[in-house]
Ligand binder design. Structure first.
Ligand SMILES: Cc1cc2nc3c(=O)[nH]c(=O)nc-3n(C[C@H](O)[C@H](O)[C@H](O)COP(=O)(O)OP(=O)(O)OC[C@H]3O[C@@H](n4cnc5c(N)ncnc54)[C@H](O)[C@@H]3O)c2cc1C
Length: 519
């Protein structure tokens, strides 16, 4: 084990993993394990940008209020204060590393996105923010002493006497399995967007970190809250492609297939309502008009503004035969972002000593039931930095806060036999989740899904290659999402149940799972 020993092992090479690796390298040896190539991740697809209160009418306090309002009563106040107050420091790091945020006359330009009171979203390359962040950070990592192992899939967290001592990983090219030891293991493995048939997420985003942490005994929180992005390109034969929220922020409007603008009939904020409201309104409108899409209309914006502000979207649509300055953009919702994940303290600590989690795989409590647009890149860096700070502390603050009273602790429910179980493969799993555990859920659809998922789990053989590990991890994450959605007998934020359509005061609490129950 000694030759493979590092102070820090970071699993994942999106914004969270690379940023943490760069900061950690100032304190010790660092290994980054990533299961594809270094830039296979969700980060590089981020378009809209990264939120930070810097405009003249803005303040961390206003950013706090918008974040908490979007979170529908479940955002935890302390991490949200940290997110909004420590943003400037972390964005300064990104600028120092070389991220080329867009400027006008030497000033950083800000855009407005849905549910933000003011323009506060910084962007790069117009709508290519994530790509610029990923390219910049990976270039920095490549030119540092940080060791990076690509095509290396973490498949087990090693725990001895209650403390994390390393990680086991599969080299998916050679099939060999290695153990790597460390003082601090940081999961930065992203969310679980591949759970669903329609998703904006990269192929690598299969909930691995959440599944590994659960198996190792860590607490997993808020899994029922999955954000569906309202506007994802729906063109036959074209993979789902995000049409950024910023397009509506800049004046794009939604029309049904009959050409009628419909959002003002659903919400006072119309197209700028929170994502859950816009996504559900689109689903209702599609049902009403018997269509699988609606349209986003930017034809009334000056075409030069559209092509310069959204060059990436413009080019992508153009390549697929659509000039968005002249024609309507066919869109429908798709799975986008997991609010839940590995439960962490304000220092990124999980419930297992030595194990940390950051980025989309973590649940810091910031997003509550619904993430405010452009807060996830920010969360990755703010709480990523705190992890590195925490590992350097000589006097150790008490680990995390006491279990708060607004938490419900659970084990995964046992389920009885199911009469008809479809064969387990990725498309069947994704269809099941989309149809039964998607944007609009009910007790009946969730029960059906829960039974099939439990049956699939009992049939799983020991995985030996990357696809098999991914399906195994997705089945576990699907169970966590579905069982949490069944327990939550209300509708709140991104979680909507037709049999419990109202928000209930009684449910203003987090659902937390742990493999062997919570002590
Ligand atoms: C299309 C799109 C647009 C978005 N736009 C925005 C935006 O404008 N603003 C915003 O704030 N957020 C946006 N988001 C969300 C945001 O991009 C993500 O939440 C964020 O990038 C997550 O970063 P991360 O580092 O946690 O994970 P990722 O960037 O997803 O990286 C995860 C990494 O973990 C690796 N990995 C996973 N499992 C394993 C394993 N078992 N072993 C080894 N490695 C593993 C992956 O290969 C990958 O390198 C967007 C998301 C998408 C999909």
């Amino acid at each position: 084990m000694k030759t493979n020993y590092y102070d820090y092992i970071v699993v994942g090479s999106g914004i969270a993993g690379l940023y943490i690796a760069l900061l950690a390298a100032e304190r010790g040896s660092v290994l980054v394990l990533t299961k594809g190539s270094i830039d296979d991740c969700n980060t590089r697809y981020a378009q809209g940008g990264i939120a930070m209160a810097m405009g003249k009418d803005d303040s961390p306090d206003l950013h706090f209020k918008d974040t908490v309002a979007a979170g529908a009563g479940l955002s935890d106040r302390e991490p949200v204060s940290i997110l909004t107050e420590e943003a400037a420091d972390c964005i300064a790091d990104l600028i120092k590393f070389g991220v080329p945020f867009d400027t006008l006359d030497g000033e950083i330009t800000l855009t407005r996105e849905a549910a933000h009171s003011v323009p506060r979203v910084m962007h790069a390359g117009g709508d290519a923010t994530g790509e610029h962040i990923e390219v910049t950070l990976s270039r920095q990592v490549r030119s540092s002493p940080i060791k990076v192992l690509e095509n290396c899939l973490a498949n087990e967290i090693l725990v001895q006497r209650g403390r994390v001592v390393g990680v086991r990983a599969l080299d998916s090219h050679t099939g060999s399995i290695e153990e790597y030891g460390c003082k601090f293991l940081i999961l930065a493995t992203g969310g679980a967007g591949r759970l669903f048939k329609y998703t904006t997420n990269s192929d690598v985003v299969t909930g691995d970190g959440i599944a590994l942490a659960f198996e190792a005994g860590a607490e997993i929180s808020d899994m029922e809250f999955f954000q569906f992005h309202p506007t994802v390109l729906r063109l036959p034969g074209v993979a789902p492609f995000l049409i950024s929220e910023a397009v509506r922020g800049e004046g794009g409007i939604l029309r049904n297939v009959e050409g009628r603008r419909f959002m003002p009939g659903y919400a006072a904020e119309a197209e700028l309502a929170t994502r859950d409201v816009v996504a559900r309104s689109i689903v209702y409108e599609m049902k009403k008009t018997h269509s699988d899409r609606v349209f986003l209309d930017v034809t009334r914006l000056p075409s030069r503004r559209t092509t310069t502000r959204f060059p990436h979207i413009y080019r992508f649509c153009r390549e697929h035969g659509l000039d968005i300055t002249k024609g309507l953009i066919p869109v429908a919702p798709a799975a986008h972002y997991l609010m839940g994940g590995v439960k962490v303290s304000i220092w990124g600590e999980t419930s297992i000593p030595g194990l940390f989690a950051a980025g989309e795989t973590a649940c810091t409590g910031v997003h509550g039931a619904n993430r405010l647009a452009s807060n996830s890149l920010l969360e990755s860096v703010v709480f990523g930095k705190r992890i590195v700070q925490r590992t350097g502390m000589t006097t150790v603050p008490r680990r995390g806060k006491k279990q708060s009273s607004n938490t419900m602790s659970c084990c995964l429910a046992e389920r009885g036999p199911v009469s008809k179980v479809p064969s387990l493969n990725l498309p069947n799993l994704q269809s099941l989740m989309w149809d039964k555990v998607g944007i609009i859920r009910s007790g009946k659809s969730l029960e059906e899904a829960a039974g099939i998922l439990a049956a699939w789990e009992s049939l799983l053989a020991r995985p030996s290659d990357r696809p098999a590990y991914e399906v195994t991890n997705l089945v576990l994450c699907a169970r966590l999402v579905t069982e949490a959605a069944l327990l939550r007998e209300e509708s709140r934020g991104a979680h909507f149940r037709t049999d419990f359509p109202r928000t209930s005061q009684e449910w203003q609490r987090h659902i937390v799972f742990k493999k062997n129950g919570i002590n």
